[in-house]
Design a protein around this ligand. Structure first.
Ligand code: THU
Length: 139
């Protein structure tokens, strides 16, 4: 899996900029909170995702899960890293942390070493999935 994974600074920065690009596709007329994600698969592909809201609010899909479901449905089941950005009306004012459901969904296809880059105005903060989801449940 992502054991001892080190990404180059260039790749990290480009994942964050892909996430910002993905955020432009956010469909969020209800919350106005736009989120974008860029997911790096173990075989080197990048999948982008945006949050997609619904007038039946519970049917909303987060940006991270959009990216994950795109990747998995194309045959990629092992993830190395994800970058996430978000903000009201697309204005990034701080980091946007992934919700609990998205953390669990990421864990299905990654180990605790998966890199999670949370973009902000200046750049990004770096975490591992294990830090964000300790003692996670797996069967
Ligand atoms: N959202 C995401 O896309 N990812 C997260 O991890 C947190 C929340 C979206 C869902 C909804 O469209 C909006 O942000 C406000 O909750």
């Amino acid at each position: 899996m992502a054991e001892n994974l080190v990404l180059s600074k260039e790749l990290e920065e480009s994942l964050v900029s892909y996430a910002k690009k993905a955020m432009e596709k956010s469909y969020s007329p209800y919350s106005k909170f736009q989120v974008g994600a860029a997911l790096l698969t173990a075989d080197g592909n990048i999948y982008m995702g945006a949050n997609i809201e619904n007038s039946s609010y519970g049917a909303t899909n987060c940006a991270e899960r959009t990216a994950v479901f795109k990747a998995v449905s194309e045959g990629h089941r092992n993830f190395y890293a994800i970058a996430i950005v978000g903000g009201l009306n697309g204005n990034i004012t701080g980091i946007c942390t992934p919700c609990g459901i998205c953390r669990q969904v990421l864990k299905e296809f990654a180990d605790e070493n998966m890199i999670v880059l949370l973009g902000n105005q200046q750049g990004y903060k770096k975490f591992t999935l294990g830090e964000l989801l300790p003692m996670s449940f797996t069967l």
